[in-house]
Design a protein around this ligand. Structure first.
Ligand code: ADP
Ligand code: ASP
Ligand code: MG
Length: 434
């Protein structure tokens, strides 16, 4: 069971989560940092990178005050209050110690890890105060990534199972999401939003019956609820549909978290902490025929077109184009080809200039920035008649730069301008779900 930032965002929310956890019996609980904390820790790091310890200290003091208030609200007994305060203070002393040192990315990762360390100790102590035998399993003792930043599943399985063996009489296990050690034994993390990934890696490692991602909404909605009104939860998704939605912008789920569950065939359920009885979304390997499930959007996309007479009737041209992206370690999301040209999208402009310089050696290149990929997900096998027509019809008044269909059985992607994102999403909801 993974509880995200908003689910543990205040003492009150932690108490509600404790209620859910106590009811469910013996489980492994993965916690995020309290909402806002990771951003604040990054802000502190930013001041330290800019060599402004006073700026950093001011924010550290504010953050510490917030935690002191939450602890005051969370615990009833003096004993647990004092015990938790001591641990929290030691974490803040540790954060403060960085204001006096050289500051690099390595120190930043140590600071950013404090959020999950704080929330997990508070929550474990709260469960103990309530009389549960809650055991805190330090993620840094079993969660590890290798030199390519990929999780080491063997290390995880071995070390986590050993810890579970040591604490067989526990009522419940708590651990931190997001944080890990890297190949050099330094503190690192699984990228922003990575607690979902921790949960599915753990679920796969212990062959859990189910992986539950608890958040502030009742499952995956059929469109982005931050942008479109009257969206509704989708009851079932298969692993591929969920992965497409997560990758193409449905923030509720971290894109990496589907694969470990899919490989072990463990269902993933998306549930709502504030409405624990809502059925949410179940993600499994079951497919539902003839249904369009949901729409998502991915921002900050750059489209690149390369045209070349040399592509005409030639082989090897596409390979040369893609090798350029590969050499700059830049993933390509969408691809559309014609006989004389190819359009691709990327979401990482770090090496855009170098990539364009290389592409210009083999063709005529043009670039469109500030684009958005709109992704429609569901049973989109090609022999389902009319589904792609419905999608295109919805966007009939909107300029569409690229359309990609047939790459998988589960999606159609369309590229539009950022300024057209909102009306595209609304138009698709009107057309597909009303
Ligand atoms: P947590 O802190 O629990 O990890 P997140 O903020 O990462 O929660 O994810 C939950 C949020 O994802 C929701 O509050 C919602 O605004 C957003 N979201 C974006 N797209 C969707 C979608 N298709 N369905 C549900 N939630 C979505
Ligand atoms: N706390 C981390 C973040 O804010 C990880 C997570 O919440 O999933 O990105
Ligand atoms: Mg999240």
């Amino acid at each position: 069971m993974k509880f995200g930032g908003t689910s543990v965002g205040s003492a009150q929310r932690m108490k509600e989560v404790a209620g859910i956890v106590a009811k469910e019996g013996k489980n492994i609980i993965v916690l995020s940092a309290m909402s806002g904390t990771t951003n604040t820790l990054l802000e502190i790091s930013d001041y330290l990178h800019k060599r402004n310890p006073d700026g950093a200290n001011e924010i550290i003091n504010m953050l510490e005050l917030k935690y002191l208030r939450e602890i005051e609200d969370l615990f009833e007994s003096k004993e647990y209050k004092i015990q938790t305060l001591e641990v929290i203070k030691s974490h803040f002393d540790h954060i403060r110690s960085f204001t006096k040192k050289v500051f690099t990315l390595f120190e930043e990762k140590v600071i950013v890890a404090q959020g999950e360390l704080l929330s997990s100790v508070m929550f474990t102590n709260y469960l103990k105060e309530k009389g549960l035998n809650a055991v805190l399993l330090p993620a840094l003792e079993f969660m590890r990534i290798n030199k390519n930043a990929e999780p080491d599943q063997n290390y995880l399985r071995e070390h986590l199972n050993a810890l579970l063996q040591q604490h067989q009489d526990a009522d419940v296990y708590i651990t931190q999401g997001f944080i890990c050690l890297n190949a050099y034994g330094e503190i690192d993390n699984l990228q922003r939003g990575g607690s979902d990934y921790t949960a599915s890696l753990i679920g796969a490692a212990v062959k859990a019956k189910e992986i539950q991602i608890w958040t502030d909404i009742d499952g995956m909605h059929n469109n982005d609820p931050r942008i479109v009104d009257n969206t509704s939860p989708v009851s079932f998704l298969n692993f591929d549909e969920a992965a497409e939605l997560a990758y193409f912008g449905a923030k509720i789920l971290h894109p990496t978290c589907i694969l470990p569950a899919k490989l072990e065939k463990i269902p993933v359920r998306l549930l709502n902490t504030t409405k624990p009885d809502a059925k949410g979304t179940t993600i499994s390997n079951k497919s539902e025929k003839h249904k369009i499930k949901a729409v998502a959007a991915k921002d900050n996309i750059t489209a690149i077109r390369i045209k070349s007479g040399r592509m005409l009737l030639a082989y090897g041209f596409l390979r040369r184009v893609f090798e350029i992206f590969e050499s700059y370690r830049t993933p390509v999301d969408m691809v559309c080809t014609s006989e004389v040209g190819i359009s691709m999208t990327i979401d990482n402009n770090k090496h855009l200039k170098e990539i364009l310089d290389e592409l210009k050696k083999i063709g005529t290149v043009s670039v469109d920035r500030d684009m958005v990929i709109i992704c429609v997900v569901g049973d989109l096998t090609w022999d389902n008649i009319g589904f792609e027509a419905k999608v295109v019809e919805a966007l009939k008044d909107i300029p569409v730069r690229m359309i990609s269909y047939g790459g998988s059985n589960y999606n159609i992607s369309l590229l539009v301008k950022a300024e057209d994102k909102k009306r595209s999403l609304i138009a698709l909801s009107e057309q597909l779900f009303k």
